[in-house]
Write a protein that binds this ligand. Structure first.
Ligand code: NAD
Length: 180
């Protein structure tokens, strides 16, 4: 038995960590696959971090939190949504349960006959990718929204500088000067 949790993790935040901890505690006998979606994307406002950077964030956060039996797997997007689940089945070891709150992900897996669990959202006002990316671009108020190990990593790779650059002209990004 294995579970699958798919996300972009741009960046891996406290809500993602809480979901992983909950899944592992609920089914301790089952390994969990954390699939890094849109693995081919990086250096854009929506997907600022490479798959490798996201891998490191997740690995460090899980180690810090003492979460074991999690395999991290990068997965590139494909153009055809209708084929996506079959494509994942060909890439990953067998899994029997999928965890998601992404509507399209839920729909595609349910259509393929999988049991999909809609995990609760954790402190969404604080733990939301786009909010954290905006905070990074302003370099203000983002540290508390990610696990400490991720905050350290984001500082190491100068994430605020990258997000400030990617924000210029992007929809939903703060305008230059720090205002939204
Ligand atoms: P995400 O990082 O935004 O979210 C990952 C998961 O974490 C989601 O289930 C989300 O609901 C959950 N989450 C976010 N904040 C939370 C919080 N505060 N508390 C609890 N849970 C929280 O990633 P996403 O955009 O949902 O990732 C889906 C991935 O699947 C994307 O990479 C997408 O491209 C990919 N996908 C690809 C295809 C294809 O290639 N054809 C089709 C469908 C999906």
């Amino acid at each position: 038995v294995r579970g699958l949790f798919v996300g972009r993790f741009q960046p891996f935040h406290g809500g993602h960590l809480a979901v992983v901890e909950r899944i592992r505690a609920e089914r301790p006998e089952a390994e969990l696959l954390v699939a890094i979606g849109s693995a081919e994307q990086s250096f854009t406002w929506e997907n600022p971090f490479t798959a490798g950077e996201r891998f490191e964030m997740i690995e460090r956060a899980l180690e810090e939190a003492g979460v074991a039996r999690v395999a991290i797997v990068p997965v590139a997007d494909i153009q055809r949504h209708a084929q996506w689940v079959r494509y994942l089945e060909g890439l990953l070891p067998a899994f029997d349960r999928v965890y998601s709150r992404n509507r399209l992900t839920e729909l595609l897996f349910e259509r393929a006959g999988y049991r999909v669990e809609r995990h609760p959202l954790v402190a969404r006002a604080r733990y939301e990718g786009v909010r954290i990316r905006r905070a990074l671009a302003r370099d203000r108020g983002w540290r508390g929204a990610v696990p400490p190990a991720v905050a350290g990593f984001l500082t190491e790779i100068e994430a605020p500088r990258r997000l400030r650059l990617l924000a210029s002209g992007a929809r939903g990004a703060p305008a230059p000067g720090g205002r939204r």
